[in-house]
Write a protein that binds this ligand. Sequence first.
Ligand SMILES: [Zn+2]
Length: 257
Amino acid sequence: MRIGAHVRQDTDPLGTAHRLGADIIQMFVTDPQDWKKPETHPQAAALRESGIDVVVHSSYRINVASLNNRLRMPSRKAVVDQAAAAAELGAVGLVVHGGHLRDGEDAALGYENWRKLFERQADKGGFPVPILIENTAGGDHAMARTLDEIARLWDAVGDFDTAGFCLDTCHAWAGGEELLGLVERIQAITGRIDLLHLNNSRDDFDSGRDRHANLESGHIDPDVLIAVLEAAGAPAILETPAEGIAADLDYLRAARG
Ligand SMILES: [Zn+2]
């Protein structure tokens, strides 16, 4: 099982990976807050040859479910561009949040938009890396907060082999899903969990808030996080506060013996 962390893309991600002893790193390929097209990363070749796995997290503004053309269209383009950049890094996938709609909008149309993302790309030969759809913590109109929503999403995208799933433990907890047995419940829907975002939560169960904590310092029992990791058998990325990541990795290594 490969374990690592989200690292900064702009300050020597490979060096950070070596310092942390990470088997896998997650990084952005462009400023996550804007729509800029990614450029080739200066460490792309070195990362491909490093033996360290890479996964790319897409930028935050992306919402492929949106019924608003002016948000959905740049979102689709950004997913395509960032998937290409991920392939350049030899990445195992591109993480994309499930997204959300606005008050009064029909969820069925949001799921249809997810399906269209894969359909349109299938016409062009498909995505070069799996698109790992991540569960989110909050909002009343999320596409992938609850198991019911994930089931609707998978009805829409489950036929495409490049549609994968990324389970974030903080988001599931804050989104009101019990963590024990969750891996099995999700696998029963999706047939796969490709990646774990292993994070504790600064907030209570079902708070709807997305504030990650280091493994031993949040509201989730760290033993439960280990149980999720063992059950998923997927690579795990820490998205915990940077100052505690080395200690989080030590904790994981010790807990797994
Ligand atoms: Zn996450």
